[in-house]
Design a protein around this ligand. Structure first.
Ligand SMILES: [Zn+2]
Ligand SMILES: [Zn+2]
Length: 812
């Protein structure tokens, strides 16, 4: 979820920074040529010399040590036994090779030169952990896959290798102490500390790119060397960050690897592309400051972000994508359309302006309609709970740092970051019968999460938000049917909004709570539902084995917007643990055996009604006395979920056995939109601010052609307003053309021009935003017809043109 978030943030910021720091396009080529020819000169005078001269001392010392140790290692490798090995390719074909001699590059070349050129990295034995430099000799027989940039791991290696190149350029330009250089969602960064803690400037981008170009041209080989911890500490003695990492990450008496390319030697597990010549095209995207190890008590460091591709066309496509994404940036559209803003006096909490609130409420109404249809019940629960509740739910131990905690009368309260514990209290508020299950409780309650101020960004990462949150309490055997319902829900919501989606099932991790049999059973039902959904809808799903939460398996739903960006909004999580923590139970009443026995027992006592009666009352369906007794016993035992909590007594987790005749429900956490704030951001970007009519905060603009028609204009507006539509009348002194243009820019779905003809015939002259043919000249529509059509498309949430040209209508 977060990576998608970051991706969009990066995207938007990348474009901004490009605009500030760089002037590509016109004349760019000429400048670049000059730089290439004239070594250190020819850059922006403000940015100083291209590289520091003389280079920092540590470069030479590092190289000397590397050469010495590398020579030794090469000799050792040369003495390794040469044996024949077999290399099995993905298609099953087998190649012959020699241990410590044959490289994956040899195999690739044997197939074709173009394959060799495209191959970024090799993977051995289908193991994601066993990536192998393609120039490194194989040591034994293995299965071999040759990965290209198109492969996710190949792409990561490509970008990680590019980070080394960026690191080399930074050392050469700044003489900085490098820290870490990982690949990220859309490229990579290198983090470093410049001498005298200077910041990186946007005027450094172009010089860095110039150095990178020369590094790429040199085709520097990436060379691997194994070094002991002591040797590493000596090699990186000039760099306190690397020292820290070596001391922290490498156990005493062990070794790890460094990689060299050109003058750069970097602590790294690898692997990398064979040489720097692979990086066909490279751009510095932005820079920012950060803290060493992400801890604000540590040194402030500088990060330079870049992106690279094996092909110039891919870079061009990527930059085009960034431009399009920047145009759609919800922060920009939110400002242009006056939807929301943020105030420094409440960071991370959006101020929803009237037009933004219209969208927000339209979304909630839409979800409420779905709830109505699908048997959900909406509830309202508190925002603030005593810490006792958060201890019961486990949030106090695992999530407290992300909560806002308030002290009141010497007790601690927490603002809720989630609704689940409150819903568990509701479930346990009285006895529950199996007849009430599945119990679907929906809550749009306001949630607060204490995000660090530096992490806040637009509507995608906020402190205050609402979710279309619901919890479903159900019997284990109801899981399958409920999943089918949820998939149908997903299909309807996302289908309507024009998103395609894919599903991921995460199963039991190594550490889990609950019974293994329960997990197996639940996973089996989830898989069955996923298979059926795939068969009927073609929706792809993949297995994420062992990646479930400790409390239950889950299904993550990733949606693809119209720029094919991935977003995770919806989630469906099974939970076996919260029902346990809150000692939830329901009266089963459907166990015929027990029922019979009890009926017999009761009949024997000749006190109670016959078994048929058991079906009647809502609550005490089954041996009422036993249940009541057990509940009383629980209260007497100060069961924390049912007994009065004692503020002077520390919380102790108690295990409460399930009462006779009862069973524990399973709980499903599910959201379709997730955070409404974030979902609105996604929708804003997805629609590029062109809201569909039913969701639109500006549905109709009435434009009277002159003062004489204001009255008719207002009358028209009132008719639509009475139908609960968002209508404005433009009575400004602007020209007709200007009024129409303003309405178009504000993305009104419909603009009704009214003049003499319209007034006399009770018509409007309609322009429909999504129909280009109506933009210069509208279409005359009878007023009552316009009302009828707009009500229809609003109520059907259709995105059809309500005022199609007659020809088109005939063609249909
Ligand atoms: Zn590396
Ligand atoms: Zn929940």
């Amino acid at each position: 979820m977060d990576s998608a978030k970051e991706a969009v943030e990066n995207v938007a910021e990348g474009v901004k920074k490009m605009a500030v720091g760089d002037k590509p396009a016109k004349g760019g080529r000429k400048d670049r040529k000059k730089e290439k020819g004239g070594a250190a000169a020819a850059t922006d005078p403000a940015s100083g010399p291209l590289e520091i001269n003389p280079p920092p001392d540590f470069l030479q010392k590092r190289l000397e040590m590397f050469d010495r140790l590398k020579k030794k290692q090469d000799e050792e490798l040369a003495s390794k036994p040469r044996e024949s090995i077999t290399i099995t390719m993905p298609d099953g074909s087998v190649k012959e090779g020699t241990s410590y001699e044959t490289t994956p590059a040899d195999i690739a070349k044997g197939i074709s030169n173009s394959l060799l050129k495209r191959t970024v990295i090799a993977r051995l034995d289908g193991d994601k952990e066993q990536l192998w430099d393609i120039g490194r000799p194989l040591e034994r027989s293995c299965k071999l896959e040759l990965l290209t940039f198109e492969d996710e791991q190949g792409k990561q290696v490509f970008w990680h290798s590019s980070a080394h190149i960026l690191g080399e350029a930074c050392e050469r330009r700044f003489g900085c102490s490098l820290c870490i250089g990982p690949p990220v969602e859309n490229g990579f960064y290198y983090e470093m500390c410049l001498p005298e803690n200077k910041p990186v400037m946007s005027t450094d981008y172009k010089p860095l790119e110039t150095i990178v170009t020369s590094i790429v041209k040199e085709k520097q080989k990436f060379e691997r060397l194994i070094m002991t911890k002591e040797e590493l500490l000596e090699m990186f003695s000039y760099n306190k960050y690397k020292q820290h990492i070596i001391n922290d990450k490498i156990p005493d008496g062990t070794s790890t690897t460094v990689y060299r390319n050109g003058p750069l030697i970097d602590l790294c597990r690898g692997p990398h592309v064979p040489d720097t010549g692979r990086i066909e095209t490279f751009s510095v995207m932005k820079n920012s400051s950060s803290y060493f190890l992400g801890n604000k008590d540590n040194d402030t460091l500088q990060r330079v972000y870049g992106v690279s591709f094996p092909d110039k066309k891919q870079m061009a496509a990527y930059k085009k994508f960034l431009e399009e994404a920047a145009k759609r940036d919800h922060r920009k559209i939110g400002k242009d359309q006056e939807l929301f803003f943020f105030h420094e006096l409440s960071p991370g909490s959006a101020m929803w302006l009237p037009h933004g609130t219209r969208i927000y409420n339209n979304l909630l109404s839409f979800l409420r309609e779905q709830y109505w249809k699908r048997g959900y019940q909406e509830v309202i629960t508190p925002n603030m709970y005593n810490s006792h509740l958060w201890k019961m739910s486990g949030h106090w131990d695992f999530y407290k740092d992300d909560m806002f905690v308030i002290e009141q009368e010497k007790e601690q309260f927490g603002l809720k970051p989630m609704n689940c514990p409150g819903h568990c209290l509701m479930f346990s508020h009285r006895e529950r019968s199996h007849r009430e299950l599945p119990w679907r409780v929906a809550d749009f309650g306001v949630l607060h999460r204490n995000e660090a101020s530096g992490a806040l960004s637009g509507l995608t990462r906020v402190r205050r938000f609402q979710q279309d949150d619901a919890h479903i309490f159900l019997r284990e055997d109801q899981i399958k049917a409920e999943m089918d319902n949820l998939f149908d829900f997903l299909k309807e919501v996302y289908g309507l909004l024009g998103f395609s989606f894919k599903l991921k099932l995460s199963t039991r991790p190594d550490k889990y709570m609950g019974e293994k049999a329960t997990w197996d059973n639940a996973e089996h039902m989830l898989q069955e539902s996923l298979d059926e959904f795939k068969a009927s809808n073609g929706t792809h799903w993949e297995l994420n084995e062992g990646d479930g939460a400790f409390y239950g398996p889950k299904i993550d739903i990733v949606i693809l917007d119209c720029l094919l960006r991935e977003w995770q909004c919806a989630t469906i999580q099974l939970d076996f643990v919260q029902p346990e923590n809150f000692h939830l139970e329901y009266i089963t009443g459907d166990d015929n055996e027990t029922k019979k026995k009890e009926a017999e027992a009761k009949a024997a006592e000749a006190k109670m009604a016959p078994p048929a009666e058991l079906a009647m009352p809502k609550i005490k369906t089954k041996d009422p006395q036993a249940v009541i007794d057990s509940a009383k016993a629980a209260v007497a035992a100060s069961d924390p979920s049912t007994g009065p909590y004692d503020k002077d007594r520390p919380f102790v987790r108690q295990h409460k056995p399930i009462s006779p005749g009862c069973a524990r429900p399973v709980m499903i956490h599910r959201a379709m939109a997730g955070s409404i704030e974030r979902f609105t951001a996604i929708l804003t970007e997805h629609f590029a601010g062109k809201w569909p009519f039913w969701l639109s905060p500006r549905q109709i603009l009435v434009v009277p052609v002159g003062k004489g028609f204001y009255e008719y204009g207002e009358e028209v507006a009132k008719i639509f307003r009475d139908k609960m539509m968002f209508v404005d009348v433009d009575t400004s002194g602007n020209t007709l053309q200007k009024k129409i243009r303003t309405g178009q820019l504000a993305q009104y779905n419909s603009i009704f021009v009214v003049g003499a003809e319209e007034m006399d015939n009770r018509q409007v002259n309609a322009r429909w935003r999504d129909d280009q043919s109506t933009q210069d000249r509208g279409k005359p529509i009878p007023l009552d017809k316009a009302v009828e059509k707009l009500c229809k498309i609003r109520d059907e949430k259709s995105s059809e043109n309500p005022f199609p040209a007659p020809a088109k209508e005939a063609a249909k």
